[in-house]
Every structure is written in C-alpha cells, then in structure tokens.
Design a protein around this ligand. Structure first.
Ligand code: NAP
Length: 235
C-alpha cells in the first residue's frame, strides 16, 4: 500500500475507532479525530502504533482550521463523525433537529474535506471515504427494503442522502487521482442510537469495508455508494 497518513473523524469510539485501529494495524500514521482531547488520547493509546490525536469538532471551524494547520500531508480522509439526534419522523422532527443533524453529518463533512484538501492534493493516491448509511438510500426507502422505518429518522436519513450527493460531486470535481466514495456500514452496535445499540453487528466488520475504500487501487471505483461487504448500494 502506497498510502501512509490517514485522518478519521469521530474516532474515539464506535465504527471510527475501529477504522483508526485497522489503519494503524496496517502500518499507517493515523490522525485520530476527536472533539474531546482526553477521550481521543485514551483511544489513541489503546490503539497504539503511530496514532496521533487531533482535536476536531466538525461543527467548529476554529478546531478544523487548527487541526488542518498541523497536518501537512495526508493520503486518506475518512469522514466518519455523525449523529442521529432524536430520530423523529417527518412532520414531528422540527427544523432544529434537521439543522443539528445537518451541521454534523453534512456541513461538517464539507468543512473538514475542504480544510484538508490542500494536504490531500499532495498525495499520489488520495482517498476520501464518507461514512453514510443505507437508510440514506432513496431507492431503498422508496421500495420495501426499509418499510419498518417508514418516515422515521427523517433528519438523519435525509442528511445521509445529502452526503451521498456531496460524495458524488466531490468525486466528479476532484477527478483523478482522487477516489471519493460513500460507505453504507450496515447496522452496528454503537452508541449512535437505540436501534444500533440493541441490534447492531460488529463495528469492526463495517470498519473493514471503510478501510477497503480508503486503500483502493488506482483502478478502483470513485463516486459510488458501496456497502460494507463491497456490494453497490442504489442511490
Ligand atoms: P458513535 O459510536 O456514536 O460514534 C460517533 C462518533 O462521531 C463519536 O466519536 C462522536 O464523538 C463523533 N462525533 C459526533 N459529533 C461530532 C462532532 N460534531 N465533531 C466531531 N466528532 C463528532 O456512532 P457510530 O455508529 O460509530 O457512527 C459512526 C458513523 O457511522 C456515523 O456517521 C453514523 O451515521 C454512521 N452509521 C452508523 C450505523 C450504525 O448502525 N452504528 C449505521 C449507519 C451509519 P463523541 O464521542 O464526542 O460523541
């Protein structure tokens, strides 16, 4: 693998921590993004290898700018930080819930990606992985795949739909040698929300899917929405 430095946002726990762990285990320098310095340091210490804590709150421009000033060269950016908020259905979720979720899941990704683009542009094989969700697939939501969700989690799911669109546009705009893809990690046992905590699978399995996209070869896909197991997800 030619890549040598990676940043994972929201990596002090959950899927992000497993992505950081797997990248560190593969011998990369990993910038472990956390909005809390002590929790970030604890996670970095547990992971070991060349893992360095970077304080980033993806909704806070000052922390993003400060973090970007510390990283001159970057090969991989994993935009993993995300929140689900209250998960109310359309009609009950107010504009406050939409704003809060979009600040992190959508605007946070734009802000972090733009801030680290200068560092990524120096890489021979820059890779951006946006951690999306299958629940953001309009095709699956319009069909029978997510019948049980109905119109629930409207802010969260539409934020991931927006993230998918943004993924496609960055892929088109950045072009070769960038690879920019969105990952559907599957339902994972994390603190994201009650459904994930109660019935999710192993976060490490989702992380392996993210690492695959983070280390794609030059002939790999870009501008695609891909499941943790490597299969395509319909937009
Ligand atoms: P998690 O355990 O709750 O982890 C979320 C991470 O994001 C935490 O490190 C959290 O930091 C961080 N974060 C939240 N807001 C942030 C902000 N403003 N700035 C920086 N970091 C922030 O949940 P997870 O399941 O691992 O979620 C990771 C990603 O996977 C999310 O994008 C989520 O939407 C996606 N996803 C998860 C599932 C699932 O079933 N778990 C399914 C589909 C998609 P704190 O520790 O400071 O809160």
């Amino acid at each position: 693998m030619g890549n040598s430095a990676a940043l994972v946002t929201g990596a002090d726990k959950g899927i992000g921590k497993e992505i950081a762990r797997q990248l560190a285990d593969a011998g990369l320098t990993v910038y472990l993004g956390s909005r809390d310095a002590s929790r970030g340091k604890a996670a970095a210490g547990e992971i070991g290898g060349d893992t360095r804590t970077l304080v980033i709150d993806v909704t806070d421009a000052a922390t993003i700018a400060e973090a970007a000033s510390q990283v001159a060269a970057l090969d991989i950016l994993v935009n993993n930080a995300g929140i689900s908020a209250e998960g109310r259905p359309a009609g009950e979720a107010g504009v406050d819930e939409f704003r809060r979720v979009y600040e992190t899941n959508v605007f946070g990704v734009v802000a972090v990606t733009n801030a680290f683009l200068p560092a990524l542009r120096g890489s021979p094989a820059p890779r951006i992985v946006n951690i999306s969700s299958g629940t953001g697939s309009l095709s699956w939501s319009a069909g029978s795949a997510y019948r049980s969700y109905a119109g629930n989690m409207a802010a969260y799911r539409s934020s991931k739909t927006a993230l998918n669109a943004i993924t496609l546009f960055y892929a088109k705009a950045l072009g070769d040698p960038f690879k920019v893809n969105a990952l559907a990690p599957g339902l994972r046992k994390t603190d994201l929300n009650a459904i994930a905590a109660a019935s999710g699978g192993d976060p490490a399995e989702a992380a392996a899917g993210a690492v695959r996209l983070a280390t794609l070869p030059g002939n790999g896909p870009t501008g695609e929405f891909i499941s943790w197991d490597g299969t395509p997800v319909p937009w």
